[in-house]
Design a protein around this ligand. Structure first.
Ligand SMILES: C[S@@+](CC[C@H](N)C(=O)[O-])C[C@H]1O[C@@H](n2cnc3c(N)ncnc32)[C@H](O)[C@@H]1O
Length: 306
């Protein structure tokens, strides 16, 4: 029998997995931690034996765990930097059990945070946030959207208070592999219309044949697991393909940030051997701010003539 306030929707299993990896990092890896996030674990509230899930094997899946905290740290630094530069809107596409709003309220409360995700799992998260006492503050907007449906998520974002005329930082981590390429291309076209000064960061999975033997075996195993749990990886991209898609969508100078750059940045000094697996890279693109009317050469000429 359902209890009145019991969650009726299930959390997304892919979002739970990455949240558990973030918590495991704190629990099984020695400090310093690349990211400290155990709130996702509290939200997910798994069975006591969750550590014994095959995908939580501390050794066999350490590369995935490390890659997940690396991308989360990269995004967190990007958002902190953008907020310090005056950007006041943060959009998380496919937010899952993202806990930036709960862990970093000193930043989040100064900006509007829009979490976009599938309606069912999002309503489950809403209820868990309330149950755990975090609540849904004014500056946190939960926007229920299915990117594969014909509805316009952009309109829903605007209805939730997003101002398309103000710069935003928009991120999507661990989502594109679950979407058709058409849905991601449509999302990129929409995002290319963001206000000047906006930044997009989006992760994508590389085709396994581009990886070395160890990482390709790992990726194929996780592909199999994803399929078995009903959330198959359906889209892989070469970096060139992703850059071309972003360019065709309207981004002027999209950049490819390899996962290996994150590995070097956050793991190079570790002595415990923890290293991210490769297989997921990032697209980073900005919308240039409008230039003043006078071209730099004109100004140089004017000043040299003064
Ligand atoms: C692996 S989780 C990543 C969660 C979060 N971005 C992170 O890095 O922790 C993938 C997320 O994409 C969302 N997602 C998958 N397909 C979607 C769709 N068609 N529309 C909206 N969200 C979707 C899932 O609900 C889930 O929250």
């Amino acid at each position: 029998m359902a209890i009145a306030d019991e969650p009726t929707e299930a959390p997304d299993s892919t979002a739970v997995r990455v949240a558990l990896w973030r918590a495991m990092h704190v629990q099984v890896d020695p400090p310093p931690h690349v990211l400290e996030d155990e709130i996702g674990l509290r939200l997910a509230d798994p069975d006591d034996d969750w550590h014994h899930r095959p995908d939580m094997d501390p050794n066999a899946t350490s590369g995935f765990r490390a890659a997940i905290v690396a991308r989360a740290r990269f995004i967190e630094e990007l958002v902190a930097e953008q907020a310090a530069d005056g950007v006041v809107q943060y959009v998380v596409l496919g937010a899952g059990l993202d806990t930036f709003a709960q862990r970093r309220p000193e930043i989040a409360s100064r900006i509007a945070v829009f979490e976009v995700d599938q309606p069912g799992p999002q309503s489950w998260k809403r209820q868990r946030l309330i149950e755990l006492g975090y609540g849904i503050p004014d500056w946190l907007r939960l926007v229920p959207v299915d990117f594969e449906a014909s509805e316009s998520w952009w309109d829903q974002l605007a209805a939730a208070g997003f101002d398309p005329d103000r710069p935003a930082v928009v991120v999507s981590t661990g989502v594109t592999m679950y979407l058709t390429k058409e849905a991601t291309a449509a999302t990129l076209r929409q995002l290319a219309g963001l206000a000047p000064g906006s930044t997009l960061a989006m992760t994508f999975l590389l085709p396994p044949q581009l990886l070395d033997d160890a990482d390709s075996t790992g990726l194929r195993a996780s592909e199999k697991g994803a399929r078995a749990s009903g959330t198959p990886f359906i889209s892989f991209y070469t970096p060139r393909e992703m850059l071309t898609m972003a360019g065709e969508a309207g981004f002027e100078a999209p950049r490819h940030v390899p996962g290996t750059v994150l590995a070097e940045r956050y793991f190079a000094d570790r002595t415990d051997g923890l290293r991210p697996s490769s297989g997921e890279d990032l697209l980073v693109a900005t919308i240039p701010t409008l230039q003043p009317d006078a071209a730099p050469t004109d100004r140089a000429e004017q000043s040299s003539g003064a």
